[in-house]
Design a protein around this ligand. Sequence first.
Ligand code: ATP
Length: 223
Amino acid sequence: MIILKKKQFIVIGLGRFGRSVAITLSKLGHDVLAVDIDESKVQEISEEVTHAVQIDAMNEKILLEVGAKNFDIGIVAIGEDIQANIFVSITLKQLGINYVIAKAQNEKHANILKKIGVDKVVLPEHDMGVRLAYNLTSTSILDVIELSPEYNVVEIKAPDLWHNKNLIELNLRAKFKINILAIKSELGKINISPAGQDIIKLNDILIAVGEKEDLDKMINHFI
Ligand code: ATP
């Protein structure tokens, strides 16, 4: 796992999602300001993050007072109140926060967030559903990350037919339009910039990126 350099995060909305993001970031050693309108949510998390404050994030003046514009990354985890979620996301961008991530309730909401310039939109239930379905139905896919509506990153067991072949011989870019980003050996050693001459060994795990259709084609080819 690659751990980012210590950064400053502001997490707004401490439901299950926001709380879990805030606590995990804090455990990873980052500075976290956790914010909620509900005092009890703030109390519950106060021991577990750097700072926790009770404010209404809809109030731009108060956001400024807590220093919101000094954070590297803003995470908007307000859920049911879609209007507040959108308003706070716009405000964080306007304050000049470099990277704003917002949790969307549905596809329509996600599209609006993208249009207003939110850098990353997450749909936790949707994203988990996609991962679970792939994990349940495929023998060779170990994990999947949805990069965009078109692209996925998948972790797959190297098909038997690839053993003892190198990446040039396999010619996956030309055959399936996919790129191998990394190769993980059985012992857990990771080659993060595989070269053409690198040979695929028994029980290697490959991290591949490509269009979903192309990845499916490649995987179905070997089932
Ligand atoms: P989850 O699924 O993550 O548990 P949810 O999607 O049901 O949460 P909500 O509970 O609606 O989301 O909102 C998450 C949190 O955001 C709540 O704790 C709520 O108090 C907080 N919140 C809502 N509006 C504001 C606001 N204007 N300012 C600060 N916090 C807010």
